[in-house]
Design a protein around this ligand. Sequence first.
Ligand code: GUN
Length: 295
Amino acid sequence: MTNLIDGKTLANTIKEEIALEVNEIRENDGKIPHLAAILVGEDAASQVYVRNKVRSCEQVGFESTLIRKDTSTTEEELLAIVEDLNNDPEIDGFIVQLPLPKHINEEKITLAIDPKKDVDGFHPANFGRMAQGLPAYLPATPFGIMQMLDRYNIEVEGKECVVLGRSNIVGTPISILLSRKAQPGNATVSLCHSRTQDLKSHTLRADIIVAALGIPEFLRGDMVKEGVVIIDVGINRVDDSTAKRGYRLKGDVHFEEVAPKASFITPVPGGVGPMTVTSLLMNTLKASRGDIYGK
Ligand code: GUN
């Protein structure tokens, strides 16, 4: 039987838990968590994501600040904003929404963020701490996936996991988290990518597949075994003139073919997507409490 992993409902449950904690902080006259987001340019998807992050802050009772800059913003100007936020004691954590306009070096910006405020978990200091199993801000999508596996009591230990895609923000970190000596964790992980030979031989053996390569409906029914657990990270806009917005969201998994064989599967939309925002909220709460780096 196929079970749907309902990321939307789980994200709302976690938001309610965070809201209760914020109430407690307020009653004890503590510092209300404050997230800032910098959005540069007009990327349509980024605008939706950032709006969603700010709205989610309001839902749980956090303070939020949105800094919008136009596409012509220079790297120096952006670095100055990052520096201001690093030094602003009111701001517990902040994110710079990616992608940035081409004339701005994303790596340089990421490196300029104080790791203590890097609630996206993109700074190499946080990535390295995560890889070594030290307390760290985990990147939002992998953190959300681990929460899903945990809360749905999906057995990970000793399982064969196949990760499709080796990006810095999803594929590589989730492969580390799944193989870590932790709960959930202790899996045997294969990190597959565009140069992998005979990909199907890997996916057919997998107990758990995390698809994060950004190709709509890449994973087909004949590539998976019965009972597989599917985590679909893809959010691809596919042109469709019959859809109201002119496009439909498709995952990296061919849902109609794969779902009948899966024991658990995340839908798109409504699966991994909503969980990324709750990860960010959880990291911001940790930042305000000094859980990772102290006060
Ligand atoms: N672009 C796509 N995903 C993310 C994310 O998690 N954080 C930021 N800052 N930008 C993104």
